[in-house]
Write a protein that binds this ligand. Sequence first.
Ligand code: UDP
Ligand code: MG
Length: 313
Amino acid sequence: MPVLAIVIPVFNEEPVLPELLRRLEGVFAALPGLACEVVFVDDGSRDGSATHLAAAAAREPRFRLIRLSRNFGHQPALTAGLAHAAHADAVVTMDADLQDPPELIPDLVAAWRDGADVVLAVRTARAEGGLRRVGFELFHRWFGRVSDFPIEANTGTFGLLSARAVTAFNALEERHRFFPGLRAWLGFTRAEVSYERQERAAGTPAQTLRRLVRYALDGIFSFSYLPLRLVTYSGLLIAGSGFAVAAFFAFRRLLGMEIAFTGFTTLVMLVLFLGGVQLIGIGVLGEYLGRIYDEVKRRPIYVVRRDDPPARS
Ligand code: UDP
Ligand code: MG
């Protein structure tokens, strides 16, 4: 029987776990002909999530639990889950907080059975409000244009990967991971299923706004050279105008015209402006350099606690 694995990173999600487990079990029943299993990745939760999931795994063999040695973050946890699902014929990736409804999984599976290797769950509505919402909207609107190849808007973690796509994904070694971008990079036959993104079932977002901003920056710096190009263009522009101004004054001088010796304000402005532009340029370079440094260190993306079952393959 084909194996369907559902990978779910979990960080301090104790309040939603009972409902999550109940709804997942309901979905198993709606998927006859598939051997389902859920790979929970506990990302160093500080509440009772790990204990709760360990108890669930002891009761129900279709629930598996991988525990990371500390909190590594959403992307590393997802990466760990996919590495532990390499034996499956299809892998669904989703969040634990029930913003991604498990009841959509049969639709994702149907699209996979119709031949898609990558099935994307596309949000038609978003439950978040306020600053988060503005941030998400701006990011999705602009990111598609900025990245070096198209990345589907309004898609997140939720979706399905075929065994081929999972193998290809697991072969990627980069440390700064931006899942929607990497999934777009993979290619393969794609399909989309739309859904309404729900409110978090309980608890507060585990991802702080600061982390989301870092995540967005990872997306931009991993998939675009635009920041570097902008520095180059502004350098050309400033150098160009400097040259034009210099030529203007040189001509005046040659023609014997007088040059009034004022312009202290202009001078101060120019010095500060150019200093600022140069620092921004160095900052942009630094973002890329820091990421290169992280890549060459080649630290593992996550560490699994030793008492957990090894990856099946
Ligand atoms: N998560 C995680 N490690 C973290 C933060 C979050 O594994 O350090 C999990 C979290 O439990 C949830 C998913 O990643 O299943 C998405 O987190 P959240 O709902 O906070 O993110 P958002 O919905 O705001 O993108
Ligand atoms: Mg969420």
